[in-house]
Design a protein. Structure first.
Length: 91
């Protein structure tokens, strides 16, 4: 049975979290954030989004990062973030 469809607010939280992980991982050189991002990209790849690893390059423009994050997040659930210990509220 497929997962419940989530509201737009929840989707935005996941996208914002992925963008934050990108910023922390590449601009901030935070290896833990980069590791979490790689894990979430890997999950999205397993679920059918093969271009997610494009986000694993530094110096991408913000609008491009956000676009990729939307695509990645469409294949993830809140549980995926929680399982990794990544808070969705940015704290």
């Amino acid at each position: 049975m497929p997962e419940k469809v989530t509201c737009r607010r929840c989707s935005v939280l996941r996208v914002n979290t992925l963008c934050r992980l990108y910023d922390e991982g590449f601009a901030g050189s935070n290896e833990i954030s980069k590791k979490h991002l790689k894990s979430l990209v890997g999950l999205s790849k397993e679920r059918g989004y093969n271009d997610g690893d494009l986000i694993l390059h530094s110096n991408l423009e913000g609008h491009y990062v956000r676009k990729i994050c939307w695509n990645i997040s469409s294949l993830l659930t809140d549980k995926d973030f929680k399982r990794l210990g990544v808070p969705l509220n940015g704290k």
